[in-house]
Design a binder for this molecule. Structure first.
Ligand code: IMP
Ligand code: MG
Length: 176
């Protein structure tokens, strides 16, 4: 058990289990995008560790950039999505892969995809390390999912509780 801020969390996945998941995704993505012009867009802040590990495990040579949104405060989704920062690349003709740490309601992802929809990308797909199917409110297909997890708040491996816990190498679930 660990303490982050005023809450207690239990280990759910070890660092090794997460790395195995990331390696598998990297391999799948390498295979699927072979010979294609790939631009990977990581969603900050949560995806920073996943992105770093994912691209290190990849053997291809993608273009890498980041976008930033904020839609989450404390332990429940606020439902509102704020402004997008950082889209400087020309997406025309490129295969775009959105990289998320976790998809919960899916509202953030839906908003990003809507903004990117008129940018003339050759394709736009999504990779998320974690997915909470019970919380999902969208019908957008997620092409790459590392692991489905229960609908409980988690911290670690990029994900925070009130700004803390992002540097934990494992994943921790809020104790009910
Ligand atoms: P959504 O819009 O509800 O899908 O949530 C999107 C963002 O909220 C994710 O990219 C995360 O950054 C954050 N988030 C969702 N679930 C959790 C969680 O359990 N812990 C920490 N952050 C989360
Ligand atoms: Mg995020």
């Amino acid at each position: 058990m660990i303490q982050v801020g005023d809450k207690k969390f239990e280990e759910y996945l070890t660092a090794d289990q997460i790395q195995d998941c990331v390696k598998q995704l990297a391999h799948q993505i390498d295979t699927d995008y072979q010979g294609k012009d790939l631009l990977i867009l990581g969603i900050l802040n949560g995806a920073f560790l996943f992105m770093a590990d994912l691209v290190k495990y990849m053997t291809s040579d993608p273009e890498i950039s980041f976008l930033k949104f904020a839609s989450y405060e404390g332990t429940s989704s606020t439902g509102k999505v704020n402004e997008l920062i950082g889209l400087n690349e020309d997406l025309t003709g490129k295969h775009v892969l959105i990289v998320e740490d976790i998809v919960d309601s899916g509202n953030t992802l839906a908003h990003i995809l809507e903004i990117l929809s008129d940018k003339k990308a050759a394709s736009t797909h999504t990779a998320t390390l974690f997915f909470k199917p019970e919380a999902y409110q969208q019908s957008i297909e997620l092409q790459y999912v590392g692991k489905e997890i229960p609908n409980l708040f988690v911290v670690g491996y990029g994900m925070d509780y009130l700004g803390k816990g992002r540097n934990l190498t494992g994943l921790y679930q809020l104790k009910p």
